[in-house]
Design a protein around this ligand. Structure first.
Ligand code: RAM
Length: 356
């Protein structure tokens, strides 16, 4: 038991190690003008001290999503370590239009940095550019904004690794055979869409020739809608063998539906979930395996990265480094992306070692 705990903790600690080769959604374009304050013009001073009293605002996809709450709470706590002030504001639905009014208000309030999990890479771009024009640093985390509208992106894991590994996990459990579906978040979510592109690409490999993706459904990161969409998928595709839901809201709602239905034990479900939301469904054998990273570390890293930007330690250029508190030194990769670490797989043997 002790060695199991140790193995699980060591693996999760490894989530703190910088991975390389990540992918950001760089093919998104924006009709809005470039911010005049170009980060390339400024020069990074890695030895600059973190400024005291930095004001940060976290703007998640939505506030009533347990995952986003964990991330932001950890980011807010991290700010206390460097004598900063941080808060979380945001909409109750995961829509870009709702986020825009929050960006505008935060800009007027004069924060040093806005940290955003974008509900749409491009729709939030104009307001973010206006914030940057006033000298506010923009850090996207979890779900990227178009690269020209933010300074850096804190990605929880390499997008390519997340997408491919989700397919690998499901394929192993369905024996590389049968119809599968994806239950996503919102149709415009940058992170889910990037992962899905890699899932589709993974599925083109010869080892998946007997697997067929029949549908991508959208639960909008709304618990009830995700529940209903799961029911719809299972009714519409009676031969469905597996579902991937790469969203904590989607996978827990899908698990709840399947656990109380005739599909339990017949249809394999996996995805990205929090151990606390998934525990009962792993214990009752609705779900064998699912993945995630440490959401607390994501918020912590985002907070330190924002402070490093505001303090001039980094400008967002590739190769710059900064110290992210207890997570150690981090390096900015291509397209201003900083990757937290690899995803981690949870199952019956390790889920009780985690409490988030
Ligand atoms: C949901 C959100 C979030 C995603 C996680 C895995 O909470 O869609 O953006 O990163 O799932």
């Amino acid at each position: 038991m002790r060695s199991m705990r140790l193995a699980a903790l060591t693996a999760l600690l490894a989530l703190g190690v910088t991975a390389c080769g990540g992918t950001t959604k760089s093919d998104v374009t924006s009709a809005t003008p470039q911010a005049p304050a170009s980060s390339a013009a400024a020069k990074a001073d890695p030895n600059a001290p973190l400024k005291p009293g930095i004001k940060l605002a976290f703007l998640p996809k939505q506030i009533n999503n347990p995952y986003e709450t964990i991330v932001d709470k950890a980011g807010i706590e991290a700010a206390q370590e460097f004598q900063g002030e941080a808060k979380e504001v945001g909409p109750s639905d995961a829509s870009a239009s709702s986020q825009i009014s929050y960006i505008n208000t935060l800009t007027q309030q004069g924060h040093d940095a806005i940290l955003i999990a974008a509900n749409d890479a491009n729709a939030v771009c104009g307001p973010l550019q206006q914030a940057r024009a006033k000298g506010i640093k923009i850090v996207s985390y979890d779900s990227d904004a178009a690269p020209e509208c933010r300074d850096i992106f804190i990605n929880q894991a390499s997008s390519e690794e997340v997408g491919r590994s989700q397919v690998q996990l499901l394929a192993e459990m369905v024996g590389h055979k049968g119809e599968i579906a994806i239950l996503s978040a919102t149709a415009n979510a940058t992170n889910q869409n990037t992962w899905i592109e890699f899932m589709k690409d993974e599925l083109t490999k010869p080892e998946y020739k007997d697997m067929k993706l029949v549908k991508v459904a959208y639960g909008d990161d709304d618990d009830q809608k995700s529940f209903t969409e799961t029911q719809g998928l299972l009714q519409a595709y009676p031969d469905l063998k597996g579902i991937i839901s790469p969203t904590t809201v989607g996978v827990s709602a899908a698990a709840r539906y399947i656990s109380g239905s005739k599909y339990k034990g017949e249809v394999v479900l996996t995805g990205l979930g929090t151990p606390n939301q998934m525990r009962q469904f792993v214990k009752d054998s609705t779900v064998e395996k699912f993945a995630l990273w440490n959401p607390k570390d994501l918020g912590y890293l985002a907070s330190y990265a924002a402070a490093a930007l505001v303090s001039g330690q980094i400008t967002g250029a590739e190769g710059e480094t900064f110290k992210a508190g207890k997570l150690g030194e981090r390096t900015i990769g291509a397209d201003g992306e900083i990757i937290l670490g690899p995803p981690f797989t949870f199952d019956k043997t390790n889920i009780d070692e985690f409490d988030f």
